[in-house]
Ligand binder design. Structure first.
Ligand SMILES: C[S@@+](CC[C@H](N)C(=O)[O-])C[C@H]1O[C@@H](n2cnc3c(N)ncnc32)[C@H](O)[C@@H]1O
Length: 467
């Protein structure tokens, strides 16, 4: 018998697309889906839970695994709880509301552990217990809603359906957003109805109301709103009055034009503003100016916890030169600046660097320097400008992890300590391999639950250069 034939005999039977099969689930995976098996064949299914036995309709079946949709719960997991949000399973924002927070945390820890185990030597890496978010609900400091006119003529605002991007869900309440956001959102829809406004039509590229962005500052307990419209057929004054009447903590509102093809909620022109255009936010002793456009960690109180872990893992003594790579608005570098001799930051987005400089000045820091540019080009330029070595390195790349060449450049700095901050345990594990091969030891990894009710998990890996 050929080895191919042996393989086929040993491989579990693959279900067909469209077939409904019974699956026993025993794990959760990064990405949110539960992992189950039918006669040994692995099937991923969203909104199932470890311990469930369920009927699943198969959507795709590849060689080694399939994906399907939960159609009937035959025997629910004892861990299951009733999700609080009626839009759970429709909106796609929360993947694990059907599980208690302790169970969510345990699975996040396990997902990180499994990602580390997948790399050579990963078994031996110390994994600290997951650090909980101070808030398990209403922790998001920025929300974006999209307007639509449903076929029945109703004006709604909410989120894109993940399974049908063009369809907008009517959202009255999001349990991840602070409660006043609901009043601001309701007032925006009511005022849209009162002014008889059209909603942006993504097919015809016409219409008025397009998106509403709301930002919250925990320190001020204040809000900013941005209303984006596709045209100018809009009475901004009445709209601003209505929103500010509905929520007195709304400190400012701006009207921006957004008639572009992309669904990104960004103004091509700001047409009018009312009240404040920035808020002040605090992380421990540091204050940050945040505007509607600026990047800030989504879970403010969680960010303070995360940054403390980063700072502790750097073991600063006041003598070090610290490089904050992928620094965004410079928040990590600023948070660590009083413990370091000098702080340097590199970030692709010029506006974020502008905010980083403002934030450093606002905190009275004189030992920071921020540079805008793509890491691969900006790093050599920065190193030329500053001469000498980097003693501490913070790396906080986007979800996709690091481009290999940029990673090699950063490792070549031979910083004695690195804090690698990651929002994706899979790409973090991948990026740790070249770090280990180039002489670093991963002392520990600390997972931080920045996004309760979702599968997302942040991690801080502490790396030390071996002598
Ligand atoms: C996860 S965020 C880091 C945010 C920041 N450390 C904080 O805590 O707020 C990743 C950042 O990397 C930046 N970025 C993405 N690609 C980059 C590149 N090629 N070079 C430099 N920065 C980049 C993004 O603009 C983004 O601000």
């Amino acid at each position: 018998m050929t080895s191919n034939a042996t393989d086929q005999q040993q491989r579990p039977p693959r279900p067909k697309k469209g077939e409904a099969v019974e699956v026993a689930f025993d794990a959760l995976a990064f990405g949110g889906a539960a992992l189950g098996r039918r006669e040994g064949f692995v099937i991923f299914t969203k909104y199932a839970a470890p311990g469930d036995r369920a009927k699943v309709r198969i959507h795709h079946a590849k060689k080694n695994y399939g994906e399907g949709e939960l159609v009937e719960l035959l025997q629910p997991s004892p861990d299951r709880i009733a999700p609080v949000c009626p839009l759970f399973t429709h909106c796609g924002g929360c993947s694990w509301q059907h599980l208690p927070i302790e169970v969510q945390r345990a699975w996040k820890e396990r997902i990180v552990r499994d990602s580390l185990r997948a790399i050579p030597g990963g078994e031996a890496i110390t994994l600290h217990p997951l650090v909980a978010s101070p808030d398990t609900w209403r922790y998001r400091n920025k929300m974006e809603f999209t307007f639509a006119r449903w076929p029945n003529g109703r004006l709604v605002a909410g989120f894109h359906r993940p399974d049908n991007w063009r369809e907008i869900l009517d959202v009255e309440k999001c349990w991840l957003a602070p409660e006043p956001v609901e009043r601001i959102l309701r007032a925006a829809v009511d005022e849209g109805v009162r002014q008889n406004l059209t909603a942006w039509n993504p097919k015809t590229h016409e219409g008025t109301l397009r998106q509403l962005v709301v930002r919250h500052s925990v320190a001020e307990d204040g809000f900013l709103a941005l209303i984006l419209t596709g045209d100018r057929a809009f009475d901004f004054g009445s709209f601003a009055d209505a929103l500010m009447r509905a929520e007195p903590r709304l400190k400012g509102i701006a009207w921006g034009l957004n008639a572009g093809q992309s669904d990104v909620a960004r103004a091509s022109d700001v047409l009018e503003t009312r009240g404040a255009d920035t808020l002040e936010e605090k992380l421990d002793d540091f204050t940050f100016r945040v505007s509607l456009a600026s990047f800030f960690q989504t879970n403010t109180r969680g960010a303070a916890k995360l940054y403390r872990i980063v700072r502790d893992s750097l073991e600063l003594t006041g003598k070090e030169r610290l490089l904050d790579a992928y620094c965004g608005t410079g928040t990590i570098g600023i948070f660590c600046a009083s413990g370091a001799r000098e702080v340097y930051g590199i970030e692709l987005v010029q506006d974020a660097i502008h905010d980083a400089r403002e934030n450093a000045a606002r905190n009275g820091l004189r030992n920071t320097m921020f540079m805008a540019g793509d890491m691969r080009l900006a790093l050599p330029a920065m190193m030329n400008a500053i001469e000498g070595r980097i003693d501490r390195l913070v790396v906080d790349p986007p979800r996709g992890g690091m481009e290999r060449k940029a990673l090699d450049q950063l490792l070549a700095l031979r910083a004695p300590r690195i804090a690698y901050v990651s929002c994706n345990p899979t790409t973090m594990a991948r990026d740790l391999v070249p770090a280990i091969e180039s002489g670093y030891a991963v002392e520990c990894v600390t997972p931080v639950d920045m996004f309760p009710q979702t599968y997302h998990v942040e991690c801080v890996a502490k790396l030390t250069l071996r002598q």
